[in-house]
Design a protein around this ligand. Structure first.
Ligand code: SF4
Ligand code: SF4
Length: 470
């Protein structure tokens, strides 16, 4: 998986190591492939401990650790179990730091190629906001290079029948979430409300703080909303049998692979059939022999290809909060914010706070990224405090731009560069508020009815479960 980009190979080349001076036994270990998101090949492991550190110190999960001694030392979940049977949240941060490819995402390329080659299926790709500012790194471009047009063209060359933009449903998520927040405030519902679009975070609270699950927004994540709409709204509009539609999400995230398999999501059909990481898409582009640099810029298909600047912000930590504040402001005042940039919530810190007054409604807000940073807030809530009214939580430090499915890039400025590009996409959009997305307005007028209404609720919302080991 990392052949050619392995740090150990690079060091061996650099130091001229061509032969093994010491011969002896080789450590044998079973492949751990049971998790829907993360695979382990312990035979490749060089015991550097980076994964253990990120899992314990950055994510506060502790799903893996060193076990045994000397030659038998190994990095493993407790009792040599599979990652699938311990409270791993599938965030993939261990994959990003592993220098040798002993950890990797569970590949979804085979089912996607099979669907593409099946003449009876219509394959629909959708692309998350953060993918477009990172995919170029796989082809030698600097971190943060925006490659949206080439990305769409590549997906068509690979064989996708339709290419939609997950940003469309990011706008939809904001409208549903803002509506839910105001309904909770006005109706005395559970507060603070916490965002639910990061599946690693959702799994974390299900495992470690299940008593706080009522605080999670019931909104599905944007790509799940989009999948549900492709198989209902779009199928109905075009007279297509939903069973023929195969939805492949291209995501910066490994936890979305687990999320897509949740039984709570989808009805007779799953909302999303396969999740590809940014890295996997790059592998597919190479496998198809496509010269990425020579691709023309192409646009997304309609009607789920139209999005506002607010939707792009989803890719950056604090972005969901910033986009939601724009729409809450509109819901409370009927107008748009005089300045759309909500500076207090921007930046690289793992926890950011802000307070706003909108038409007499005082809101205490927080944006948190990296799971270690949410623990203290959850502990205060468990003790009966209500420190905020609305909290955004992203499992990965820096948000989706630094997701576990993004290109492995040692550039220490990569998160900042990708984040700045997300802000630039927002800044350059002619429409920058989710409630002003005309295609989303048409969706409500022609199909869904009211935000939070019965059909919106059945297609776009979900529930959560307390978990022990999985
Ligand atoms: S995916 Fe996340 S939670 Fe699971 S072992 Fe890796 S770092 Fe830990
Ligand atoms: S990061 Fe990779 S090589 Fe290092 S201990 Fe973990 S699995 Fe082994």
């Amino acid at each position: 998986m990392r052949n050619g980009s392995c740090e150990l190979q690079r060091l061996s080349r650099e130091y001229g190591v061509r032969t093994r001076r010491y011969v002896g036994d080789r450590r044998r270990a079973k492949l751990d492939v049971a998790s829907p998101a993360v695979e382990r090949d312990a035979e490749k492991c060089i015991l550097c401990g980076r994964c253990v550190r990120v899992c314990h110190e950055t994510q506060n999960v502790g799903a893996i650790d060193f076990a045994h001694r000397g030659f038998r030392s190994v990095v493993t979940p407790a009792m040599d179990r599979s990652l699938n049977t311990v409270p791993c949240v599938d965030c993939g941060q261990c994959i990003v730091v592993c220098p040798v490819g002993a950890l990797s995402e569970k590949s979804s390329q085979k089912p996607v190629w099979e669907a593409i080659n099946d003449p009876g299926r219509i394959v629909v790709a959708q692309v998350a906001p953060a993918v477009r500012v990172a995919l170029g790194e796989e082809f030698g471009l600097p971190a943060g290079t925006v490659v949206t047009g080439k990305l769409v063209a590549a997906l068509r060359r690979i064989g996708m029948d339709l290419v939609f933009d997950t940003n469309f449903s990011a706008d939809l998520t904001i409208i549903e979430e803002a509506h839910e927040l105001l309904a909770r405030i006005r109706g005395g519902g559970t507060l603070p409300m916490m965002t639910s679009c990061s599946p690693g975070w959702v799994k974390y609270i299900e495992h470690f703080y299940p008593d706080l699950l009522p605080h999670l927004s019931s909104c599905k994540s944007p790509h799940e909303m989009q999948g549900a709409l492709v198989k209902s709204y779009y199928a109905q509009q075009r007279g297509i049998d939903p069973a023929k539609l195969f939805v492949a999400s291209v995501m910066p995230c490994t936890a979305k692979k687990f999320e897509a398999q949740r039984p709570e999501l989808g009805g007779m059909l799953p909302d999303v059939d396969a999740v590809l990481t940014t890295r996997e898409l790059a592998q597919m582009i190479r496998a198809a022999g496509i010269d990425f640099h020579r691709l023309p810029d192409e646009g997304f298909d309609d009607p789920m290809g139209e999005a506002t600047g607010a939707a792009a912000l989803f890719g950056a930590a604090g972005g969901v909060m910033e986009a939601a504040v724009r729409t809450v402001y509109h819901a409370l005042t009927g107008g748009d914010m005089p300045s759309l940039v909500f500076a207090p919530i921007r930046g690289m810190d793992g926890v950011r706070h802000a307070e706003v007054d909108i038409a007499g409604q005082h809101l205490r807000l927080a944006a948190v990224s990296g799971l270690r940073n949410i623990g203290a807030i959850l502990d205060r809530m468990r003790a009966g405090e209500r420190p905020y009214d609305f909290i955004e939580v992203m499992a990965c430090p820096g948000g989706c731009v630094n997701g576990g499915g993004q290109p492995r890039n040692a550039d220490p400025e990569r998160v900042r560069s990708r984040t700045e590009s997300m802000y630039a996409i927002d800044r350059d959009q002619p429409v920058r508020c989710s409630h002003r997305n005309d295609a989303v307005r048409d969706l409500y007028a022609d199909f869904l009815g009211e935000p939070g209404g019965p059909l919106a609720h059945s297609l776009l919302h979900t529930h959560y479960v307390a978990r022990q080991n999985r």
